[in-house]
Design a protein around this ligand. Structure first.
Ligand code: KG4
Ligand code: ZN
Length: 339
């Protein structure tokens, strides 16, 4: 029978349900975003996220199966996000996935959310061959990882404080923009002058592959406080200056990781990889330095169930097995997943 994997993503504020088919690829991908629920608070409220996942997960699974005329007995396994993320939110996806797996008599597979983001890049027409460097940039992570082969990861560097996406979100909040802040900053930055304010490129003078974004965020905060009133032009220039500093920092570290390992392929995944200015900035360097960049399909950059279904397929093929104990992890280094 052709394998079909159901993917369930509930690690933060998106309920993502998808089906990966080993012959046809992603055949269903539905994302229900809770953004409107959290927007008035300027960030994700974990308890509200869990309650909404409870409301949405099962009906979405039912809809996805019905819309695609897929019967339960065609599903070979259920992959769910087991971490890292909000524990309550993760528990909803894990409980639903394990219960269905028990009822349908099929295996369940706990997937590392960042491995999902990373492997989504293999769903393009021109996927990267191993080995490559992966830059994983989301709301919770900023990591540089050397990937040698399937499931074999070495952490090269990571943020010592805020993740890149988190810094975008916090700066957006300072400027009175809506959550999530990344796309809003990107839009505003297009109209601004990135040279008017100069912000630091943290940890780029010292050697090493770690990141830090909290000082950059504070530098923006100090400028915001020093201005009596933020006029539209000020907000545009602050957004442009901040985005330029963050993207320059990311570019310098990526170049460094490629030089350090001698690798010539760079995969960029996670929510911030949807940022077009980041892509343009890195593409210029790639041309100069003769390396190639790979991204997940644009609709699979931010959280979704398709990446979890696909990672589940890969894990099933490599023999991952688990019992029915429900285990999720708020923190979970991806390097621990090397096998
Ligand atoms: O991967 P993701 O959907 O969820 C996590 O796993 O965290 O990433 C969400 C993060 C948020 O911080 C959001 O502001 C950021 O990705 N993001 C962006 C853009 N689109 C999403 N940051 C910068 N530019 C964007 N276009
Ligand atoms: Zn994510």
């Amino acid at each position: 029978m052709v394998m079909k994997i159901l993917g369930v993503e509930t690690s933060c504020d998106e309920t993502g349900i998808a089906i990966y088919c080993e012959e046809e690829g992603i055949i269903a991908n539905r994302v229900y975003s809770q953004i409107r629920l959290h927007q008035k608070y300027g960030g994700v409220i974990p308890e509200l996220a869990s309650r909404d996942h409870i409301r949405k997960t099962l009906p979405l699974i039912q809809e996805v199966l019905e819309e695609n005329a897929i019967k339960r007995n065609e599903i070979s396994a259920i992959a769910y996000t087991a971490g890292p993320g909000l524990v309550g939110a993760l528990l909803v996806g894990a409980s639903v996935a394990k219960s269905l797996a028990l009822a349908w008599g099929i295996p369940s597979l706990g997937i590392h959310h960042m491995e999902g983001h990373l492997l989504a890049t293999l769903l393009t027409k021109d996927p990267p061959a191993y080995p490559f460097i992966a830059l994983l940039i989301s709301g919770g992570h900023t990591q540089l990882i050397a990937c040698y082969r399937n499931h074999r990861y070495q952490l090269l560097g990571e943020s010592q404080d805020d993740a890149a996406g988190e810094a975008f979100d916090k700066v957006a909040k300072m400027l009175g923009l809506a959550y999530p802040g990344g796309p809003e900053i990107e839009k505003l930055a297009k109209k601004g002058d990135s040279e008017r304010f100069y912000f630091p490129r943290p940890m780029t003078r010292k050697p090493g592959l770690d990141f830090s974004f909290s000082g950059l965020k504070t530098a923006v905060m100090n400028e915001v406080k020093s201005l009596e009133k933020i006029r539209p032009q000020d907000a545009e220039d602050l957004a442009a200056g901040f985005q330029k500093a963050a993207l320059d920092t990311i570019k310098i570290k990526c170049e460094r990781a490629l030089d350090y390992t001698g690798l010539k392929r760079l995969v960029i995944a996670g929510g911030v990889s949807a940022n077009m200015a980041l892509r343009e900035n890195l593409e210029r360097t790639a041309l100069e330095k003769e390396f190639k960049i790979y991204y997940p399909p644009l609709d699979l950059c931010t959280d979704n169930g398709a990446m979890i279904a696909f990672a589940g397929y890969q894990r099933l093929k490599s023999g991952q097995k688990e019992d029915l104990t429900i285990k999720v992890k708020a923190r979970w280094p991806l390097a621990d997943e090397s096998i």
